[in-house]
Design a protein around this ligand. Sequence first.
Ligand SMILES: *[C@@H]1O[C@H](CO)[C@@H](O)[C@H](O)[C@H]1NC(C)=O
Ligand SMILES: *[C@@H]1O[C@H](CO)[C@@H](O)[C@H](O)[C@H]1NC(C)=O
Ligand SMILES: *[C@@H]1O[C@H](CO)[C@@H](O)[C@H](O)[C@H]1NC(C)=O
Ligand SMILES: *[C@@H]1O[C@H](CO)[C@@H](O)[C@H](O)[C@H]1NC(C)=O
Ligand SMILES: *[C@@H]1O[C@H](CO)[C@@H](O)[C@H](O)[C@H]1NC(C)=O
Ligand SMILES: *[C@@H]1O[C@H](CO)[C@@H](O)[C@H](O)[C@H]1NC(C)=O
Ligand SMILES: *[C@@H]1O[C@H](CO)[C@@H](O)[C@H](O)[C@H]1NC(C)=O
Ligand SMILES: *[C@@H]1O[C@H](CO)[C@@H](O)[C@H](O)[C@H]1NC(C)=O
Length: 502
Amino acid sequence: MARLLIITTPGRSGWTMLLLVVTLLSHLTTTLTAGTMTPQELLRGFSAQCNVDSSTSSFQTLLSDSVGNYSLGFLQVNKNQLALAVIHVPSEEPLWIASTNRLARWSDRTRISFNGSLVISDPHTGLFWSSYTDGDRVRISNTSNLLIEKVNTSVSVLWQSFQFPYDTLMENQNFTNAMTLVSSNGRYSMKLGSNFIGFYAKFNVDSNSDPDSGQIYLKHHPLEAKARVFEGQGPIRIVLNSDGYLGMYQNGSTPVDVQPFSSFQQPGSGNRRIRLEPDGNLIGYFWTGSSWVTDFKQISDPCELPSACGSYGLCQPGKGCSCLDNRTEYNSGHCDIPGNQKEDSGGDFCGLIDRNYRVLRTYGVQLPQKEIKAYTIKSSLEKCESSCEEVCTCWGVVYSNTSGFGYTIDYPIQTLVGVQDETKMGYFKLKEGSGKKKLVVWLVVGIGSSCGAILLFLGVMWMFWKRSAREKRSYVEEEGVGEGVGPYTDLGSDNLKSIELS
Ligand SMILES: *[C@@H]1O[C@H](CO)[C@@H](O)[C@H](O)[C@H]1NC(C)=O
Ligand SMILES: *[C@@H]1O[C@H](CO)[C@@H](O)[C@H](O)[C@H]1NC(C)=O
Ligand SMILES: *[C@@H]1O[C@H](CO)[C@@H](O)[C@H](O)[C@H]1NC(C)=O
Ligand SMILES: *[C@@H]1O[C@H](CO)[C@@H](O)[C@H](O)[C@H]1NC(C)=O
Ligand SMILES: *[C@@H]1O[C@H](CO)[C@@H](O)[C@H](O)[C@H]1NC(C)=O
Ligand SMILES: *[C@@H]1O[C@H](CO)[C@@H](O)[C@H](O)[C@H]1NC(C)=O
Ligand SMILES: *[C@@H]1O[C@H](CO)[C@@H](O)[C@H](O)[C@H]1NC(C)=O
Ligand SMILES: *[C@@H]1O[C@H](CO)[C@@H](O)[C@H](O)[C@H]1NC(C)=O
């Protein structure tokens, strides 16, 4: 719909200037969201704001590739935050997200601009993300690679999103030892070692934000059927091949490892992606033209996932999830053990408040992927247990009475795998429910009530003061009291609001 706007302003010399402004703005925005007129490149000087109108969808398109399979735009996350993302348009799957330490707000103040650098900023909070380039244009390749290019006599790529992956790798995208895939919940990551693909979990909430810190939960070593990895002779890289396999390469084009997918050698190109999932698995997807089907799972047995049933869970092959503590019920994906909830399970048993624990012993359990876990040989379960008891960073041990292998768990207990073997035993520390949590609750209640009391006192004093002032004034002015009451009560309710907010 076109609008006609007539603005009359008196000029300096007394003239009247007539300004005719035809705003096609509303028309423009509808076509933009409809995607028919989405630009295929952004040039220097481009700038766009996030449109927070509640009627708009959670993704706002700014740029598309030549066929409209992929788009760059504002993606709404966590209800009120915003990320710059490349999505697959038909399925609305995010494939790439600009990684920032903090996310911008889903607000019309947040804008993206291109002045050589692609920049997300907010005039109040400043810069959130920048590509730090000096390019001439931005475009998306037909494989979803976001490119910033310099255009002079020839075109050169200055920056590409394929070098900064998020949780997804696309077909023919090189994954090198300089890159990390991180699951969308930030818990799991994938990195290349000198001769393996490593998968890492961050179960210790307290540990610093270094992506390297974390427990390795899976190592994939190459088969080296046709070529070998020569250590110290250059890094390895992996590529999702159009033919339907995950290939590992060192030098040249002969793979040192091939992990074929179930859609191996299906015709077509540009239909594949792999993603590190929020459960720690690496999953391959094939686009059928209308939906993504799974054609590869790095971890095929669900019980071998790093935390299949959540903390203090028990995964029994073929039976599913229950809890290590058989007095606890498995409920909507986790075991509710007081004091061991996700939000306060971060700290170990070394702190002042967290020293207390009770012990849980179970039989017929082992660690998932135990082949890659470090162990020490102990002559008895008692010796193994006491080595954990004395160490406040130890959360538990798993011991095999037949082999004498003792596995120390130095992170919050996750899911154990059930086995039909009573000689495999577990010893686990459980935080006392009355630890930190209760103290924190009491602190909050204490602070809250004393603040409340002070505010109430101030409020009452203020009311008294106002009333006496009003009485004095109405005495002098002999005005109607009704008029005076309005503003005062209004002010009062404003005050209440600010208390609620703070
Ligand atoms: C582009 O804008 C950002 C943010 O305003 C600024 O920091 C940067 O210096 C600008 N770059 C150029 C080349 O003007
Ligand atoms: C074109 O741009 C590239 C990248 O900045 C630069 O290396 C090259 O020298 C430029 N060529 C000319 C002719 O300016
Ligand atoms: C991946 O790396 C190989 C070898 O370095 C290179 O030939 C190829 O062009 C790269 N592919 C992409 C999409 O960057
Ligand atoms: C691989 O490449 C590195 C560096 O480019 C080289 O030093 C090494 O000899 C090569 N190894 C093989 C097996 O070709
Ligand atoms: C992308 O475009 C190139 C040519 O520019 C073409 O060779 C290739 O097959 C296309 N890939 C897809 C997935 O469409
Ligand atoms: C890309 O677009 C083409 C043409 O519309 C379509 O056939 C193909 O399935 C699309 N690919 C993906 C991965 O969406
Ligand atoms: C719970 O496990 C313990 C030890 O494994 C066993 O003695 C007890 O009978 C079990 N309780 C229930 C309700 O299954
Ligand atoms: C562990 O093994 C020892 C020696 O083989 C045996 O005496 C003991 O009963 C076993 N303990 C359990 C709990 O199975």
